[in-house]
Design a protein around this ligand. Structure first.
Ligand SMILES: Cc1cc2nc3c(=O)[nH]c(=O)nc-3n(C[C@H](O)[C@H](O)[C@H](O)COP(=O)(O)O)c2cc1C
Length: 372
């Protein structure tokens, strides 16, 4: 939407200035300034509709939180305490978690390796993060193979990130701002394996660095899009009864699971996940096709929650992270079991592309959580 606004403003300004006697370069400059201003104003207006949460830094005592509270407490930490190392118990606990095959396998059947490495092991004692992370001595690194599915990657690494959060440790998903060549020599990469993402892990320094403040401000880290942008009851965003009520959001099982998915981290805080919640019965062969004809069905338990992403297949990892939060809260807080399936009916569903605030591009179907 913002890109369209930028181009439209640029085009209109260019047209209005076309007959004016000014140089081509200056005309382009004015168009750029006007279009950029429109883009920034629209971003700021949109952000005012977002939900802001001030999350305290992780510290001891988080093991007492339930899964919902844990998902909402996690936040990206970029400044670590150089005076407080990971204790031997903390290191052992993380390493033991990383050794269990069930923790390193996703519901879509693929797996990966995750290593805990320290700066001291690195060549020249340096693990590069382009100045983004300060004070961190330990890093978790994900190593994928040719088969690793991006949804599984998001699910597995978020599982580990939340485990560390529960230990009272800071983490920060990093897919871009790290120097792979400083990490790779420590990972014993085999043929077909690749370092994919990393996260620092350690005790948080309460002081916030300028870089950290800047990154959080630019990405709007503590903001999330409104609930209705992410979640639709039924398959038609434009239907009258497609919104979850305040009571459903706050106190129902499905509302809290969805909220945990909403507070999942995403690259650049793009928040590309979208969910459509239907009754499980709407997927029975006898039900009408996933098109406008069954959009008025009542939505009730057992549910089928269909996960989509805005922006194409590359958003799979972000959608996987949200899926983990959703499933963890369903199982651990509400004792509701579900299975992940790829639903042919949804793959070919005739769902109109929603046009909520900040959404651009096409919706891509990923998977469905089917309540047992
Ligand atoms: C897949 C992924 C990649 C990310 N890559 C980076 C990165 O390279 N550098 C960085 O500083 N933050 C990175 N982040 C952190 C996001 O900016 C952050 O999660 C987002 O702004 C939301 O903030 P929160 O984690 O505090 O809720 C990444 C997050 C995800 C999920």
């Amino acid at each position: 939407m913002s890109a369209i606004l930028f181009l439209a403003t640029f085009g209109v300004t260019y047209f209005l200035l076309y007959t004016k006697e000014i140089s081509k370069g200056f005309r382009f400059f004015i168009c750029y300034v006007v279009a950029m201003s429109a883009f920034l104003i629209s971003s700021l207006v949109n952000r005012r509709k977002y939900t802001k949460r001030n999350r305290p830094n992780p510290s001891t005592g988080l093991d007492k939180l339930n899964a919902y509270e844990l998902c909402l407490s996690r936040k990206s930490i970029r400044n670590y305490d150089t005076t407080k190392d990971l204790s031997p118990e903390e290191k052992d606990s993380i390493k033991a978690f990383l050794l269990k095959p069930e923790n390193l396998t996703g519901p879509f059947g693929t797996s990966m390796r995750v290593s805990l490495i320290s700066k001291e092991e690195a060549v020249n004692g340096q693990l590069g993060t382009y100045g983004m992370i300060s004070g961190a001595r330990y890093f978790l690194c994900t190593v994928i193979n040719e088969k690793t599915n991006d949804l599984d990657h998001g699910i597995i690494f978020q599982r580990i990130i939340l485990y560390c959060t529960q230990l009272g440790l800071g983490t920060c998903w990093m897919g871009g701002t790290f120097s792979a060549k400083t990490f790779e020599p420590l990972l014993n990469l085999k043929k077909g394996e690749k370092l994919y993402m990393v996260s620092p892990v350690g005790h948080v320094k309460d002081e916030v660095t300028m870089t950290s403040r800047l990154v959080s401000a630019i990405s709007g880290s503590s903001l999330r899009k409104p609930f209705d942008v992410f979640f639709t009851k039924g398959l038609d965003k434009n239907a009258q009864d497609s919104s979850f009520s305040e009571a459903e959001r706050k106190s129902s099982f499905i509302g809290q699971c969805l909220d945990a998915a909403r507070w999942a981290p995403s690259a650049l805080n793009a928040q590309p996940m979208r969910c459509f919640v239907t009754s499980k019965s709407s997927l029975l062969p006898s039900a009408s096709s996933a098109s406008s004809s069954d959009r008025k069905d009542a939505v009730e338990e057992p549910y089928a929650v269909h996960f989509f992403g805005v922006g194409g297949k590359r958003t799979a990892n972000d959608v996987g992270i949200a899926m983990l939060n959703f499933d963890k809260v369903a199982r651990e807080v509400f004792h509701k079991e579900g299975e992940w399936i790829i639903c042919g009916k949804m793959e070919h569903a005739d769902i109109e592309e929603p046009r909520p605030i900040g959404s651009t591009g096409k919706l891509v179907y990923f998977a469905t959580w089917l309540q047992k």
